[in-house]
Structure formats: structure tokens, C-alpha cells
Design a binder for this molecule. Structure first.
Ligand SMILES: Nc1ncnc2c1ncn2[C@@H]1O[C@H](COP(=O)(O)OP(=O)(O)OP(=O)(O)O)[C@@H](O)[C@H]1O
Length: 229
């Protein structure tokens, strides 16, 4: 699990979109030694699952249908029973079974965000690209959704790159954080090593510190914005 951190407009979404093949780019993107840049969109979508920042459209489809068509789009060869069991497994893992027969148009923004994430997970990609997957979720769902993403990522041996603004969520659940700034990559590594007062100042322009909570988890506290002259 890798968190992609950095201030607004620094390029977090652009990075994920580029890895997903949505922008022209130069250079190399290697996944397990496979060059993604030369893969066809059809090949790439089987390896890479992308969750955009925008929520799924509030269509008249029920969640179950939306999930089944997400599986069918990348695995048309899969027997119906297998596709259906993948959908059920994913709903159960995320705790979303109650929403299975609800229309997306009748769901709240947060519920649609969770269905969007479920549509990515159900395809079992090798690389998950999640752009602010918890932005519309309440505190309980933020924790449970990211915990489930971590469990599934670990179980399937997948890689997850997640753009987030919540540094504490990133520190708690990610193995690695990368911090983007105006000049490019500012830092990358284990959260406890990367997240320092210096990087908070350099990346975000704030004075802050990393403390430990009573559960001994690292917590970033922000004191104030750096004064600009
Ligand atoms: N490497 C880059 N070179 C040129 N333009 C870039 C680059 N990265 C991002 N941009 C441009 O900067 C703008 C904002 O980028 P992006 O949406 O990726 O930022 P973000 O970090 O995801 O922001 P936010 O946290 O506000 O969602 C976009 O218009 C994008 O085209």
C-alpha cells in the first residue's frame, strides 16, 4: 500500500491517470517487468484498476448489475457463476451487501463512492490506483474501507497506489508514502521516516509535528500555516 501525498494541484491525480493510461506520456512504466506503455488498453485494464476522484454516475442500474458489468468488461470469458461469486465476495468484504439491490441513483455520494471502489476491487487488478477513495466517507467507513483494501491487497499480492489528503490515514495503513511537491518527488519511504516537521513545511507550507497517540500510532498534528511575507 503506497500513499501518494502532496498539496492541491501538485499532480497526484495526473500521476495516477498517467499510470492508468489516460494521458500521453514518455518514459517507462514497469509492472512485474511488463512495460505498460506498450500494452493495448484492453491488456492494461486487466492489470490496472483505476478509481477516479469523481463519483460513479447516479444511474438506474442496481449496484449488483454495476458490479457484474465491471467484471464482464475485463473478464468476458469468466463463467457466470464465477463472476457472480466474485461480486458477492467483494460486497461481503466491504460490508456492502445491503446495497446490492439498490439503484445507484438512490444512493448517497459516499455509498456511490464505495460501489465505485468495489467495481475496481472485483476485477482483481495487479495494480490498484485509487484517487481519494475515502473523500466522501464518514469516519467509520473511511477506516473500514481502507482496512479492507489493505487486507485484499495483501491477500492478492497486489500493489495499491492511493492519493489521499488524510495523512493520518496514510500513515496508519500504508507501507510506503511518497510526497510530491513543486519540484517533483520530495520524499518516499516508510511513513515514520518520511513524515517529519521538515517535510510538512516543505510540501504543505505548515508547521506541524508527528506525535504518538495512546494506541502508539503516529499522528500528525498541525500547529499553523507557515507565515508568508
Ligand atoms: N507533471 C505535470 N506537468 C504539467 N502539468 C501538470 C503535471 N502534473 C499536474 N499537472 C497539471 O496540474 C493540474 C492539477 O493536477 P492534479 O489534478 O493532478 O493535482 P492533484 O495533486 O491531484 O490535486 P488535488 O489534490 O487538488 O486533487 C492539472 O491541470 C494537471 O494537468
Amino acid at each position: 500500500m503506497v500513499a501518494v501525498l502532496g498539496p492541491n494541484a501538485v499532480g497526484k491525480s495526473t500521476l495516477l491517470q498517467t499510470l492508468a493510461g489516460l494521458h500521453k506520456a514518455t518514459g517507462n512504466i514497469l509492472l512485474d517487468g511488463v512495460e505498460l506503455m506498450t500494452q493495448s488498453p484492453g491488456q492494461r485494464v486487466r492489470l490496472v484498476g483505476y478509481l477516479p476522484q469523481t463519483l460513479p454516475q447516479p444511474t438506474s442500474l442496481v449496484a449488483y448489475e454495476a458490479m457484474l458489468s465491471a467484471v464482464r468488461a475485463v473478464r468476458p470469458d469468466l463463467p457466470t457463476k464465477r463472476a457472480e461469486s466474485l461480486v458477492s465476495e467483494t460486497f461481503n468484504a466491504l460490508g456492502l451487501s445491503d446495497l446490492a439491490l439498490r439503484r445507484l441513483a438512490e444512493m448517497s455520494g459516499g455509498q456511490r463512492q464505495m460501489i465505485g471502489l468495489a467495481q475496481v476491487l472485483v476485477r482483481k487488478p495487479r495494480l490498484l490506483l485509487l484517487d481519494e477513495p475515502t473523500s466522501a466517507l464518514d469516519l467509520r467507513w473511511q477506516l473500514s474501507v481502507i482496512k479492507t483494501v489493505r487486507t485484499i491487497t495483501t491477500r492478492d499480492g497486489a500493489i495499491c497506489l492511493m492519493a489521499v489528503h488524510d495523512i493520518n490515514l496514510a500513515m496508519r495503513f500504508c507501507d510506503v508514502v511518497i510526497v510530491l511537491g513543486k519540484p517533483g518527488l520530495l520524499a518516499a519511504g516508510p511513513p515514520a521516516e518520511v513524515m517529519t516537521s521538515d517535510i510538512l513545511r516543505e510540501a504543505y507550507g505548515v508547521e506541524g509535528r508527528v506525535e504518538r497517540c495512546s494506541l502508539d500510532m503516529p499522528v500528525v498534528l498541525i500547529d499553523h500555516a507557515v507565515e508568508t511575507r
